[in-house]
Ligand binder design. Structure first.
Ligand code: FDA
Length: 386
């Protein structure tokens, strides 16, 4: 490895941002490895072969940010469409706009309230606990938005997400439930929003396209002979974006995650649901939502007689499953502190990204924290890793 200055483990947004900056800005020769057969991490997308419709392989990815630095940086590699995200939910055979807003409330209660009357109604319904501290997620939900809306739109959906009765889930699973007292059902409130014009994989590929960056796929940091942990750590500075518990051989115990299962189907209709994401709030519908990918790119010339949908199912991750959402039980939090301590004493290795820090990060957060790490931590890492 005498011809490499930095090893980046993981070709997701975090790893590729560090690699791009290190190569372009610092002039370093960067080796990127990923154990998957493709770059991009969870943001990877590809065209469904029979329709040419772009499918996000690890779940729908919507780009949105209010961070000007991240927006400017992203625009170096891709232009963005004007896509604006909206979500609807089906409950007992009726479709409502999400997040809960004045339209949802008036449809649900068959009313014509203005903002003040709706606010008073929800406050009155939310006072059911009479000031008592909620002891579980069910009570917390009622205390935030009242029983009728909670039971319709939150309870069944949450039970499916966690495969657990909300009465057995801690109140801390939800901090707040946004209710908008306007008819605005734009999903994200960020300054910038859009989808990469020619897709996520083209964007991510351009980030890695530099003569000083080499990407090696199908290469596992814990198995590779030349670029594996035991060979490299101490010899070469490492930016590690894989799971932090895996790095330390689960010495403090495994961190828990939720995973998702996706069922993709090509249908012989031009439009299945009329929108990109439909949630299913009823607990007797086994999936949490259906994505219909053509609606992410209405500007594209997609076939008019076929469409691609993906049903999403949620459950606790077991060994070997893709880790998607950190659960963060009290045990997890204690273990994470112990891992952080170990990580701080691992010279020449920087832990970053959603797996390396056991944190849910949106794409703009992964990019933003990687840019900050290049500024603040990379200089020391380069000095210590040699
Ligand atoms: P990421 O997981 O992408 O990359 C880590 C890489 O490390 C992976 O490619 C992995 O294979 C590799 N790796 C792990 N172990 C390794 C080993 N031992 N050896 C070699 N390589 C190894 N964000 C957003 O902004 N809008 C959205 O709509 C969504 N939607 C969304 C849906 C779902 C279901 C999820 C789970 C996530 C989102 N996200 C999102 C978040 C987005 O996916 C996230 O911000 C980025 O993936 C984070 O990039 P990282 O590089 O941190 O991790």
């Amino acid at each position: 490895s005498g011809d490499v200055d930095l090893l980046v483990v993981g070709a997701g947004f975090y790893g590729l941002t560090v690699a791009e900056r290190a190569a372009n800005e610092l002039g370093l020769r960067v080796q990127v490895i990923d154990r998957r057969p493709h770059i991009g991490g969870n943001a990877y997308s590809e065209l469904e072969p029979s329709t040419g419709i772009e499918v996000h392989r690890y779940g729908a990815h919507l780009f949105h940010t209010s961070n000007e630095r991240v927006w400017e940086y992203a625009n170096r590699f891709t232009a963005f469409t004007g896509y604006v995200h909206h979500v609807y939910t089906t409950y007992r055979g009726e479709v409502f706009p999400m997040p809960i807003n004045l339209g949802t409330i008036n449809q649900f209660f068959r009313s014509a309230h203005g903002p003040a009357a709706a606010r008073a109604l929800i406050a009155e319904q939310a006072s059911e606990l009479e000031g008592r501290e909620p002891t579980n997620l069910d009570e917390k939900g009622v205390s935030l938005i009242g029983r009728p809306l909670y039971e319709a739109f939150i309870r069944g959906y949450t039970a499916k997400q966690w495969q657990t009765d909300p009465r057995e889930l801690p109140a801390s699973v939800i901090a707040r439930l946004p209710v908008r007292y306007t008819y605005d059902n734009r999903y994200f409130a960020d300054t910038h929003e859009g989808l990469p014009v020619d897709g996520y994989t083209a964007w991510l590929t351009r980030m890695a396209d530099h003569p000083r960056i080499d990407v090696r796929l199908d290469t596992d940091f814990f198995a590779d002979h030349d670029l594996g942990r035991d060979r490299v750590v101490g010899q070469l500075p490492v930016v590690y974006t894989g799971p932090v518990d895996r790095y330390f051989d689960y010495a403090e115990g495994p961190l828990s995650w939720r995973t998702l299962d996706f069922e993709e189907e090509v249908l012989g209709v031009g439009d299945f649901q009329g929108t990109s994401v439909m949630n299913y709030a009823d607990d007797d519908v086994p999936y949490t939502r259906i994505h219909e990918f053509r609606h992410f790119h209405p500007e594209r010339d997609y076939p008019r007689d076929r469409t691609v949908i993906m049903r999403e199912f949620s459950r606790f991750a077991e060994p070997g499953d893709e880790p998607y959402y950190p659960i963060g039980t009290a045990t997890d939090r204690a273990r994470l502190l112990a891992y952080r301590d170990r990580a701080a004493h691992e010279p020449g290795v920087h832990f970053g990204g959603r797996l390396g820090t056991y944190q849910y990060l949106d794409m703009h957060m992964a990019i933003g924290s990687a840019l900050a790490a290049v500024d603040n931590q990379l200089p020391d890492l380069l000095a210590a890793g040699r």
